[in-house]
Design a protein around this ligand. Structure first.
Ligand SMILES: Cc1cc2nc3c(=O)[nH]c(=O)nc-3n(C[C@H](O)[C@H](O)[C@H](O)COP(=O)(O)OP(=O)(O)OC[C@H]3O[C@@H](n4cnc5c(N)ncnc54)[C@H](O)[C@@H]3O)c2cc1C
Length: 591
């Protein structure tokens, strides 16, 4: 196999000869109906849909791996009023969904786009489950993040990916970006969302559950000689694996190691892209449309400093290093407007030496027996709240006190023994001595007393002692009078339900005490190209740039997987000319 074949192409499927693809790729006049730029879930779903609409499609991916952040993610979809909800015993309605979304987005996203998401999210999922290998299940317990808002639900709108058998991808699985270590047991073994929650919170049956997933990994013996990667794909890799197989079956080519450099614009219309291939710039023409899905700008330090609150660092992002705002910049050069650039999917992250990116701390803060403080030793927020608002609280506290960024998560020996904390596996399974030695003093800190710990991490000892004493009092009654930790269904989802009266509150009283540094990280940025409810990229005057579409974090409404897939689906349909008029009347206001 030539170097060209190995680096530039992933075969679109068994029937298509690689030689013909190479000839295609080297041909400067390579032309398809739809070019999809990026290979995350929104991109892949859009490509499937475009193909099913009868279009010829090509996917371009900058790196040597496909899947982007979508593949390393938790793979959870948030789709209100989808078909699973009623079937599984929940209830929802477009009206409740709209009330919730309007309140949550505070006018930053036009009603037309919200309505399009509510209407076509369920349709997209129905299509994905019927026509691709994607399979999801409603999570009855994962509550909406903002429980106080109108239309909020205590469960069901969030969907978890069903495990996907990676054997079906053959060796192609090795070209998928690997699951984040945050989502792996011992850095190797995958788990589904419900298995993760069972194990992390030590819910009844967690030992059996752990045994089952570890045994499954061990039994895939022949594969162990090829790779340590787990072929039982879960979470984001299950989603991306399922979409990849669906694309392979459709013979849709995916070119790896092929960054888009710019858009080709003729007569005010986008008619293709220029890609870099083996050091040469090659035009790829798109007869009907280009869909940009190159993620956000989280790994572009210069753009972070220009747009995000400061201080900010590309070192703090928990997303892979591939997303540097390329699609956003290409769109701007073609005349597009930008929106919501100050927002990110904030998540506190912890740096682990030797790992490509820091790990997100999504859930541990909710567990009982920990507290998060600033340099004054003061609590500043409800530790159990969602990760996005938690980092916003870090910034707000920093603006007021000058003593945050980083913050410190402090816990006691009992917590350490029972629960995972960032990269630290629960001490009952892996005591300190089994973790890398050099982590002590870098990834985590340990002191026999709270005071000794405070000195090590540069936190005011009296302040820390006061915060812990107060929290210990709250733990007795189960009511956090300061920040109401554990006061709603979202908080308690990740709590330990064997702890009473509040699954998120317990006293910190048993030494040694531990601390982990939390940076104001993210799992991707939200802002980008302004798009309408058809996913068309808009100029500042509101007019669409013909031939140009965007989805996922490239589009400025901010979108995680559910919206990324939905607006990818809508883009493919709009390119194919499906029901434009009907959508106009359904969605009303366009932006
Ligand atoms: C640990 C973790 C857990 C998460 N869990 C969830 C979850 O459960 N639910 C949820 O909704 N969200 C979750 N997220 C967030 C979610 O994964 C991202 O918001 C989403 O994947 C972004 O999708 P995207 O298509 O915009 O970008 P990506 O999936 O990152 O895809 C962008 C792709 O474009 C490629 N690219 C970039 N530039 C170019 C170029 N010039 N030419 C060609 N290709 C290019 C990149 O290499 C990349 O492969 C999580 C994120 C992380 C890190």
């Amino acid at each position: 196999m030539s170097a060209f074949m190995r680096t530039h192409l992933v075969d679109g499927g068994p029937e298509r000869k690689l030689s013909s693809l190479i000839a295609d790729a080297a041909d400067p006049s390579y032309e398809v109906d739809v070019v999809v730029v990026g290979s995350g879930a929104g991109a892949m779903l859009a490509a499937c849909r475009a193909y099913d609409n009868g279009q010829s499609v090509l996917i371009i991916e900058k790196t040597h791996l496909y899947g982007g952040t979508s593949a390393v993610s938790g793979g959870g979809l948030w789709i209100p009023n989808d078909d699973h909800i009623g079937g599984d015993g929940g209830s929802d309605s477009p009206e409740e969904a709209l009330a919730y979304l309007k309140a949550a987005t505070k006018g930053e996203v036009g009603e037309g786009k919200l309505k399009a998401f509510i209407r076509f999210g369920p349709e997209m999922l129905r299509y994905a489950e019927a026509r691709t290998h994607v399979q999801y299940r409603a999570n009855p317990y994962y509550a909406d993040y903002y429980q106080h808002l109108p239309g909020a639900k205590m469960g069901y709108r969030a969907l978890d990916a069903e495990p996907f058998d990676g054997k079906r991808l053959g060796r192609d699985i090795l070209k998928m970006r690997e699951t984040s270590p945050t989502m792996l047991i011992f850095g190797r073994v995958t788990m589904s969302t419900s298995e993760a929650v069972t194990m992390l919170s030590r819910a009844p049956g967690w030992r059996k559950c752990a045994w089952r997933v570890l045994r499954n990994y061990a039994l895939d013996l022949p594969w162990r000689f090829v790779s340590r990667r787990d072929r039982r794909l879960n979470m984001g890799s299950a989603l991306v694996g399922a979409l990849r197989l669906s694309l392979m079956e459709r013979n849709v080519p995916l070119w790896l190691n092929t960054p888009m450099k710019s858009l080709i614009v003729e007569d005010d219309q986008v008619v293709g892209i220029t890609v870099e291939m083996r050091g040469r710039d090659l035009p790829v023409r798109a007869r009907r449309g280009v869909i940009l899905a190159t993620g956000g700008f989280e790994s572009n330090q210069q753009m972070r400093e220009q747009y995000l609150p400061k201080p900010t660092s590309a070192e703090w992002t928990g997303a892979p290093r591939c997303n540097t705002g390329d699609g956003i910049n290409a769109g701007v050069n073609a005349g597009a407007a930008l929106g919501n650039m100050q927002h990110a999917w904030w998540t506190p992250t912890v740096h682990v030496p030797g790992e490509e990116k820091p790990r997100g701390l999504f859930s541990e803060r909710a567990l009982p027996g920990c507290v998060v403080v600033n340099r004054l030793g003061k609590r500043f927020a409800n530790e159990a709240q969602d990760y996005l608002d938690f980092v916003l609280a870090m910034y707000e506290d920093h603006a007021n006190s000058g003593a945050n960024l980083p913050a410190w998560m402090v816990f006691d020996a009992r917590f350490r023994k029972k629960y995972n904390a960032g990269p630290l596996v629960a001490g009952s399974i892996l005591p300190d001595r089994f973790h890398p030695r050099h982590w002590l003093g870098k990834v985590y800190f340990r002191g026999e007393t709270l005071e000794a710990l405070a000195w090590q991490i540069g936190v005011n000892p009296e302040g820390l002692k006061r915060s812990v004493d107060r929290l210990n009092e709250f733990a007795k009654t189960g009511i956090d009078l300061e920040f109401n930790k554990g006061g709603n269904a979202y908080d308690t989802f990740y709590g330990d339900h064997s702890v009473k009266p509040n699954p998120c509150l317990a006293a910190l009283e048993e030494g040694p005490f531990y601390a982990i540094r939390l940076d104001a990280g993210d799992i991707g940025t939200k802002g980008g190209l302004v798009t309408d409810e058809f996913s068309r990229v808009l100029r500042a005057d509101g007019s669409p740039i013909r031939g140009l579409y965007a989805t996922g974090n490239t589009s400025g409404a901010g979108a995680t997987l559910g919206p990324a897939m939905t607006f990818g689906y809508i883009a493919a349909d709009h390119i194919a000319g499906v029901y434009d008029a009907q959508r106009d009347s359904v969605c009303g206001d366009r932006r």
